[in-house]
Each structure stands twice: as C-alpha cells, then as structure tokens.
Design a protein. Structure first.
Length: 155
C-alpha cells in the first residue's frame, strides 16, 4: 500500500474560497511514514522517525523559516536592498510533556548582499515579518518565545 511520491487530483481538493488552504496527507502503510501536499504541488514526505522525510515538528520550523524568508526577501526587494543570499537557521525547544509544543524558537537570519548602510532596512524587514506578516509565526501559540537575530555577511 506504499504511495510515497503520489500526486493528487486537483479536482478532489478544489475550493472557491481563496483564503482557504487544503492539503491531503496519506499514510504509506508503513510505520509513521506519510506523503501529501497541496493540489498541483510537490509531494512532501512526512516521517515521524525523520529517516525518509522531515518530522512534523521539523516541518513546522521549516515552515516558519520559509515564511519569514519569503517576507524578508520581498520587503528587501521593495526597499531596493540588494540580496545575494539568505540562510535562516532555526532551533526549537520543546516542552517536556505532552503536547510537547515549541516553547522557545531561536532564529538566525544570515543575510548576504546588503551594505552596512542598509542595516536598518534589513532589521526593519525582519521586524515586519516577525511582527506583522509571517502567518506561520502568528499561527503559533502566542506564549511561544520567538527570538530572531540578524547577521550580515560581514558579521
């Protein structure tokens, strides 16, 4: 019954509400291994053991980094700040007891391209993402301590 890598029929997952998102996840029949995704999108492997794919909690950290990365890139582009590279490292500390949610998340945004004169614009882009735009961040428990640090290529 293993179906890892299967695409889904877009007509099975269509909605007329543009604010509604839908994904489908299907168990492979083996251990805690699943595959899924959005209509017409790539298939994502979810593996509770983190052997064939990222675990759900790793995917949450990746989603947070991806959301903030997109925001930061777009804000810098609109501010006409050159960007050659952006790496976001994320580390999450989980609660010791169920539901073992993230209680603290530390992010380091490594930015390459902007000059020292653009440092304020880079910090503003990060702050806007964190405080206003990143929907993944704002979907997390408000009690989660989220810390974001910025490093430029010269740091």
């Amino acid at each position: 019954m293993r179906t890892i890598g299967r695409r889904y029929n877009r007509h099975q997952m269509t909605s007329s509400n543009r604010n509604l998102r839908h994904v489908r996840l299907e168990w492979s029949g083996e251990n805690n291994l699943f595959s899924g995704g959005a209509e017409d999108g790539p298939v994502v492997i979810v593996d509770g053991a983190s052997k064939e794919g990222a675990s759900p909690m790793q995917l949450l950290l990746l989603s947070l980094a991806g959301c903030m990365g997109i925001d930061i890139r777009l804000i810098l582009e609109k501010s006409r700040v050159p960007l050659r590279g952006l790496i976001i490292d994320v580390e999450g500390e989980r609660a010791p007891d169920a539901p073992r949610r993230y209680v603290r998340v530390d992010m380091t945004c490594r930015v390459d391209g902007p000059s020292a004169a653009d440092a304020d614009k880079v910090q503003r882009a990060v702050d806007l993402s964190k405080d206003k735009y990143c929907s993944v961040l704002h979907s997390l428990d408000p009690a989660t301590d989220i810390r974001v640090r910025v490093q430029t290529a010269g740091d």
